[in-house]
Write a protein that binds this ligand. Structure first.
Ligand code: HEC
Length: 132
């Protein structure tokens, strides 16, 4: 019984780490927009449309699979972000450079920032083109 329980717990943990991946892309996008709307992120971001800043799907493409991505992006949101994308070079995603400074987002709690970052990172980026 104990073994079974631990097995289940292990599986649950495994799923909770990759939680958003199990959801449909539509559901992921819906949740991103819900959080982004609540905390005013939509003034500058959209999932696919460039606004004042880089769209979330491009951010996902840049950071997917990079170690420490969640932590760094949460830090960017909570602590401000300056000129990171100038260095990354949005041109490689076929985009013009955008605003270079994101003020720190006071209204969003850390847990919500972590949630939206994980959702952003689980966006499907298979169709994002990268220029060589
Ligand atoms: C006033 C405009 C503005 C608002 C509001 C804003 N952002 Fe940003 N965001 C930016 C800009 C500009 C950048 C690019 C900063 C850079 O190049 O360092 C950025 C970058 C980011 C990045 C990538 C950071 C990195 O390290 O590469 C994430 C993730 C992000 N924003 C999420 C959010 C979320 C979530 C919210 C809402 C809580 C939000 N932003 C609100 C302008 C904004």
């Amino acid at each position: 019984m104990r073994k079974l329980f631990l097995g289940l717990l292990g599986t649950a943990l495994l799923f909770s780490i990759s939680a958003p991946a199990g959801q449909s892309q539509k559901e992921i996008e819906r949740q991103i927009l819900k959080i982004a709307k609540k905390y005013g992120c939509l003034t500058c971001h959209d999932i696919d449309r460039p606004k004042n800043s880089i769209p979330y799907r491009i951010i996902a493409k840049e950071y997917q699979g990079k170690p420490g991505a969640v932590k760094q992006l949460v830090q960017s949101i909570k602590g401000a972000s300056f000129a990171k994308w100038q260095k990354i070079g949005p041109e490689k995603y076929g985009m013009k450079p955008r605003a270079i400074y994101m003020p720190r987002q006071r209204s969003i709690p850390v847990e919500e920032a972590e949630k939206i970052v994980k959702l952003i990172l689980s966006l499907d980026t298979s169709k994002v083109k990268v220029k060589k």
